[in-house]
Design a protein around this ligand. Sequence first.
Ligand code: ZN
Length: 307
Amino acid sequence: MENMIIGIDLGGTNLRIGAVNNKNNLIKPLVLKSECIASSPSPISTLCKLIEEYLCDTNITHIDAISIGVPSSVENDNATVICTTNIRNQSGEAVFSHVNIAENIKKHFHVPVFVNNDVNNLMLYDTLTHHLEDKKVLVGIYIGTGVGASVIINGDFLKGKNGAALDLGHIPYYGKKELCSCGKKGCCECYASGWRLQQIRKEYYPDSPISELFTLHKTEDPLLDFVSACANIYAIMATIFNPDALIIGGGIPEMKDFPKEQFEKEINASVGKDVLSYGFDVIYSTPFVGKGIIGAAIFARKMLLKS
Ligand SMILES: [Zn+2]
């Protein structure tokens, strides 16, 4: 039980926790509802309690670090969560907004604590799984309930001045007017997200289960449009970054019968011609529920090596 890292993948719905050894094997993963953090009067203490219970239940006595992925941008200190738009408390406020969550957890457990955007952690897992570590430019876009993006340039994440870069879900789609959960109008997430797919189901296919939507209706206009809106965001990012590889992930592209052929055709039709002349690999993220936990552990080991 040496060299364990506790990885946590705090999502909009589920919180996944597990121990990861230095061969990146996931040991005893546990899935809880994120609700228990969201509804707590003291979310960080509740998180500490969960970690403590997990360590106790698994008889793990020594850990190297704790690493947490959150559905939010994270400041360049790898500790301060900028805003969890998709995890809100009962009053409707974002549970973590400009809050250093690493500090208090570190005080409690006396080990290094790292916080990272969840999509960056998924990207680390995918980079390792597909042996892309030596590539120059990698672009990953993960479409689930919302839209998350991660860019790795020469081995480092693109973070921006403060850490708020790549807020891709809220990039404006020109001329669009739909009201977004962030308060703006016409954001990407209003047209290309799980949230939008739910809306399409309600409006056009109330009798079809969400998991069957592509199987039953992928050749019909509402879903053709939806897939185009998703392809659009990949095409924009490929045009900006001229990547070695474009990584495609998240609940939507991982759905049964997602029309990969139409999707890739539309990406290629929209990408800037210069970038297209050099091409890029299209890689689908491997569907595996533990990848956010393992990704968090990979991030922690990278950070420990740097310190
Ligand atoms: Zn928005």
